[in-house]
Design a protein around this ligand. Sequence first.
Ligand code: TMP
Length: 238
Amino acid sequence: MIEKGGMLYEGKAKKIFLTEKEDEVIQYFKDDATAFNAEKRGTIHEKGVVNNKISTRLFQELADSGIPSHFIQQINDREMLARRVQIILVEVVVRNRATGSIITRLGLEEGMLIAPPLVEFFYKDDSLGDPLITEDHIRLLKLATPSQVTELRNQALKINEVLLPFFLKRGMMLVDFKLEFGLWNGQIILADEISPDTCRFWDVQTGERMDKDRFRKDLGRIEETYQEVLKRVCTPLN
Ligand code: TMP
């Protein structure tokens, strides 16, 4: 039995609780959903359960491929036990196809193949609206050292190489995704979550959006789609 201590932090989609071990925390997944820097708010019924289970499966898949993360074990439907890390305030985005903010920023055509994949960095600061930043900005703000930035990029691309075929086998194109990393014993490890909240998936057959864009753009059938992603990710393949 894992003893749940006081709340350490509450974010938009998750809460972090202390445990009796000072280097382990409980990550609790909420149903709350926000978009556009929390200008749009709502709830997605059972999203917390879905994202906890999907993140668990993906962290396990990455561990099997030699990519460490903060994940230790799933505790129950909405909670996982994780290593306590110091979050690096850089959001790392990997893009395989053009959509979302890169379209408005650079005028690319929706769905354009991006090969090799592109890595972008955003400053994790809600009061600034998470702006796009360069490696020089990261150095200026002392968010990470140049060698840590190289490590972030390399780990993000390696994660993409594991996840692209994983989703393709399940009929989903991994269009883009956002990662957060943390420092743990002087090492950079993957943290946070990987879920339909933090990735974009397009159905390979129909092109249908299977992620939080359904909430962001009011596309409907949000809960149903999250459940479908859970089914595809967590049902063993024959
Ligand atoms: P973007 O196209 O809006 O920059 O999003 C890129 C990827 O990052 C996409 O998979 C959605 C994800 N993302 C988050 O996880 N959190 C955020 O706050 C934003 C803006 C995007």
